[in-house]
Write a protein of this length. Structure first.
Length: 353
């Protein structure tokens, strides 16, 4: 059978010395709020992603965590230009030209060529697969659209699709079956095979395990790790399961109400969370040791998350922050990310370098 070739070899070293595969700067995605029946006019905007910046280094897994509705999935889709950003820059390293390409200004034909190098695993395996297409057609569709060498003949295409199915743990005998004939975990494996079909170097995994049973989640995460090692993949791993993020991610970025409030190496953020929101999130993660669980302090946040259409004045977290400073946190502009220790960035008025 055809082998699945890896992406270009990942560089070694610390994140600061490795190649930057994805550079996101000042990214915004606002969804307009319109009013009027006959003549509609914009009366506001939902600030789903509000001026965030981060890098993803070649060969690493960057975790993006936060509450539901904080903008994680919108960030992933905007990075891949499934949503065109309101403002900001997204630079992706093009393996063909060996240069960074500005995705936000690429015309359609050039952006389509770049899509072969960056793919997405969607959250819901029940909704992301076309129920009218067989598994073989679902996996081979990207190959036919981009007219790759694997699609040059029916025999070559069939052989390559079967090799992909075997690699993600599916029986090639089921190539002519339809999505409704598979379990949730098997459907997610189909989605992973489809994402791998074009041999990308970068994959956005949008909560790929949240819709699966707990017994299946570990299998899918282990598969993603194996594929990363074998094919030299780089992941942006979006999730709200903090225990799983610590297991799979090299670095983690914490989002709240459309902004990144803390980013750093996974162990450092988990062992020494500096932002009050990160501290509250991690205090909710259960610990298997009953003695540790009994003695540790749980941080309970009061109130609800503000509307992204009308974020609070000052720091976005000031309405729920247990240590907010009167005046500064409610009047000063939202604090920028500041590097507290090498590679560990925090956006909080209370935390200083």
């Amino acid at each position: 059978m055809s082998s699945i070739a890896p992406a270009p070899q990942a560089a070694t070293g610390t994140p600061e010395t490795r190649d930057v595969m994805l550079r996101v700067t000042g990214l915004k995605k606002y969804f307009p709020i319109n009013a009027g029946i006959i003549v509609q006019r914009q009366v506001g905007a939902v600030k789903a992603v509000d001026e965030i910046s981060f890098n993803v280094y070649r060969g690493e897994t960057l975790g993006l965590v936060g509450e539901s509705g904080c903008g994680k999935s919108t960030t992933g889709r905007t990075v891949l230009q499934l949503y065109r950003p309101t403002a900001g820059s997204v630079q992706f390293f093009d393996a063909e030209t060996q240069q960074h390409q500005e995705l936000t200004t690429l015309p359609g034909d050039q952006l389509r060529r770049m899509r072969k190098q960056m793919q997405m695993i969607f959250q819901d395996p029940f909704a992301s697969l076309n129920p009218r297409m067989s598994v073989g057609n679902i996996i081979s569709e990207p190959l036919r659209i981009h007219n790759t060498p694997e699609a040059s003949s029916k025999a070559t295409l069939s052989e390559y699709v079967e090799a992909l199915m075997e690699r993600v743990g599916l029986n090639p005998y089921y190539v002519n079956r339809y999505p409704h004939e598979f379990s949730g975990g098997q459907r997610q494996r189909i989605g992973i095979a489809r994402a791998l079909a074009l041999k990308p170097s970068f994959i956005v995994a949008d909560e790929p395990i949240s819709a699966l049973d707990v017994s299946i989640q570990a299998q899918v995460v282990n598969l993603l790790e194996e594929l990363q090692d074998e094919l030299n993949l780089t992941y942006l791993f979006i999730a709200h399961d903090l225990s799983m993020v610590r297991h799979i991610c090299d670095r983690v970025a914490v989002m709240y109400l459309g902004k990144i409030v803390e980013i750093g190496r996974t162990d450092e953020v988990y062992d020494n969370p500096l932002h009050p929101y990160t501290q509250a999130l991690l205090s909710a993660v259960p610990v298997p040791d009953p003695m540790v669980e009994k003695n540790r302090q749980r941080i309970i946040l009061t109130g609800d998350v503000p509307s992204p259409a009308r974020p609070p004045i000052g720091c976005n977290f000031n309405t729920r922050c247990p240590v907010a400073i009167p005046g500064i946190c409610f009047q000063e502009p939202d604090p920028p990310l500041v590097e507290i220790t090498p590679g560990h960035w925090v956006a909080c008025h209370r935390v200083t370098a």
